[in-house]
Structure formats: C-alpha cells, structure tokens
Design a protein around this ligand. Structure first.
Ligand code: OSB
Ligand code: MG
Length: 369
C-alpha cells in the first residue's frame, strides 16, 4: 500500500463522571487519533498516551513528537506491503509504545479494509461476541460504590473491577463481598503499594477475588514474584508488561498468573498477539485492559479481545459508560447477557462520526509528501 497521507488529531473528551484512581482524578481524556490514507482506503487508530505522565511516561505531547518526527517520516510516501514492514521501518525507535501502537492500529485498519475483511478476522479473532466487564474508579463512599455496582450488574456486565489505594481498599472489598456474594470481582492498585503491605494482601487473599492487578512498582517484576509466592489469589500485571520479553520474565519468575494486555502499552497489536500466543502456550489467561478509549480505540480493543486466549472479561465497556456521545457510529453497547458484539464490517467495522470528531479535536496536523 502506498502511504499517501497521515493525519494526527489531539482529541479531548469529557468523561461522564470523574475517574478516580491511586494516580489521581481524570475529568476528561486526551488521546491522539491517527488517520492513514493509502490506496483509496482510510485507516483509523488511537494512541492512548494521556495528557499526564501518571500511568505511563508517555503523554500526548511526547507521542505527537515521536509520531511526527520519527514514525510518520519512516513510512510516509512509501510502499508498505504489510504491517510488519512498517514496524521494521521504525524499529530503531526505542520505547514510546503508545505512539507506535496508534500508528500501527491505523495501518492494521487500512490493510484490513484493503482486503475487505474485519480487523477481528485479520488479527486472528475466533469469536463474534466478547465478555465484558467494567472498571470503577474509587468512590467517595461504600454506599456510592454499592449503588454503582448494582447498576452495572443490572446492565449485564460480567465482572466488576474496582480501583484501590492505601486506606481505600478493604472497606470496599469487604462490602462488595458481603452485598454481592458470587460477584466476579477484581481490584486494581495501579502500583500504589509496596512489599511492606503484604499483611493487607494476605487479608484480601481470603475474599476469593479473581485477581489483584499491579499492586507493586510500575516497572517491577521481581517484588511481585515475592508477593505472588505468599498469595493464593492470582496477581495480574498491567503497567510492568511492555513486551513479550517482560511477559516471559514475569511468568518464569511466577510474578503473576494472569496478564492484562493493552496494545498501547506494548506497542501495538503485533506485540499483543505475540504475548497472547505465548500466554496461551503457558496456560496463562489474558484479558483486555482499557485506557478509557474513544470508539476508535475501543473498536480495535474489541477486535483483539476476540482472540481465543482472552478468557477473562475485559475492561471494555459501553460507549455511554465513558462519554455522553462517542465519535463512532454505531456506538458500542453491552448486550443484556454481558457480551459485546465484535464488528463484522471491513477493518474496525464502525464509521467515524466526523461531526463529533471535529467537535473533540483540539489540534490537527496533516503530513503529506
Ligand atoms: O490501570 O487499567 C488501568 C484507565 C486509565 C489508565 C489505566 C487504567 C485504566 C482503567 C480503565 O482501569 C479501564 C477502561 O478503559 O474501562
Ligand atoms: Mg490497570
């Protein structure tokens, strides 16, 4: 495919309710939408670098810089026969996984559209519906959390994840355990604890949680192995996993027994699939994480999550759980049975709502040779 034109858009979308985690409070979500025009087709991708470097060192500004000055020039105006060829063209660039993943996603969409097949099919998906869950930020009261969970249960979500932070943990876990016996529940600490908190995790170990996500350091693999050794509950790594190599190290060290895959965190779908396949071989279940994506990123997440080893429900929720109006048509909805349909049309399988996209765009730049 001849890469004729690439466009970047810095978008800012207001969340329906603030998202509170151990990293801070998010009121809106800033990401970059990548558009690639090649051979008469248009591919769309979303780079999930945020406005702040609190989850990852990348930000919208660093991702824009890496895209504009290194990734885009390596493929613009060239003939690229496959996604692998594009990756090879910018392989000298170290790190900056979210910048890379946004461009890779747009290329995958363009290639799938040029072959007239769905992104799910192109990535190796085997399901036309996926199981979905919801990630709930830290609530100001236990009663407030119980109400939220009741609402999400009624909408059909198959599992609940709550964010925790020191001092804002056991009271929530305990209340949910009491009020909703049998609830598929997991917690996400976003690296807010240390090995010194082992006593707390041993208490949590009696609550039959499906997993504890990223309790310790955001680059750590070693300390997590010491914690996992003391727990029955599986640890799941998110922040610490940036590649297949990290995954191998974590599994060989028994630092975790479940992996959260986010294409943005590992540089794209290609690395995600390598991690997925390795985990499948090692009998390690994976699930699809989320970065509060717009419908463009969500469409890619749903396609990737249709691969067979995405055994646990992901952080893939309905558009309306995040935004009053999404930038794709149709918006993503959750079926009453807690599943989401995998789009079957070419590429990401949803149309970009250009009017809405314009509305949320704060900066736009076109690159052409
Ligand atoms: O740790 O999984 C996380 C959102 C932003 C940054 C990090 C995380 C999250 C979520 C939200 O948990 C998941 C979603 O998109 O629904
Ligand atoms: Mg997480």
């Amino acid at each position: 495919m001849h890469i004729d034109r690439i466009e970047l858009r810095h978008i800012k979308m207001v969340l329906v309710s603030p998202f509170v985690t151990s990293m801070g409070t998010e009121y809106d979500e800033e990401h970059i939408i990548v558009r690639v025009d090649a051979d008469g087709v248009t591919g769309w991708g979303e780079s999930v670098a945020e406005g702040t470097p609190f989850y990852s060192y990348e930000t919208v500004t660093t991702a824009w810089h890496i895209l504009q000055d290194f990734l885009i020039p390596s493929i613009l105006g060239k003939d690229i026969a496959s996604v692998d060829e594009a990756i090879a063209a910018y392989s000298k660039v170290r790190g900056h996984m979210m910048a890379k993943a946004g461009l890779e996603a747009a290329l995958w969409d363009a290639f799938a559209k040029s072959k007239n097949i769905s992104l799910s099919k192109m990535l190796g998906g085997t399901r036309d519906k996926i199981d979905v869950g919801v990630s709930i930020g830290i609530q100001s009261s236990v009663e407030g959390l119980l109400k939220k969970v009741e609402g999400y249960n009624a909408e059909g979500y198959k599992r609940i994840k709550i964010k925790i932070a020191p001092g804002l943990d056991m009271q929530f876990v305990d209340a949910l355990h009491r009020e909703f016996p049998g609830l598929l529940l997991q917690v996400d600490a976003n690296s807010a604890y240390t090995l010194g908190d082992i006593g707390l995790f041993k208490k949590m170990d009696d609550y039959n949680l499906s997993l504890i996500e990223q309790p310790l350091g955001y680059e750590d693999i070693y300390d997590h192995s010491k914690l996992q050794r003391e727990l029955k509950t599986p640890i799941c790594l998110d922040e610490s996993i940036h590649s297949l190599d990290d995954t191998r190290a974590a599994i060989e060290l028994d630092s975790c027994r479940i992996i959260n895959i986010k294409p943005g965190r590992v540089g794209g779908y290609t690395e995600s699939i390598l991690i997925h396949d390795y985990c499948q071989k090692m009998n390690i279940p994976v699930w699809h994480g989320g970065m509060l994506e717009s419908g463009i990123g969500r469409a890619g997440n749903v396609a990737l999550a249709s691969l067979p080893n995405f055994i646990l429900p992901g952080d893939i929720s309905a558009s309306k759980r995040y935004y009053v109006e999404d930038i794709v048509d149709p918006e993503f909805v959750v079926n009453p049975d807690g599943t989401m349909d995998v789009p079957q049309g070419p590429g990401i399988g949803v149309e970009v709502n250009m009017k809405m996209l314009e509305k949320v765009t704060v900066r736009k730049q076109t690159y052409k040779i």
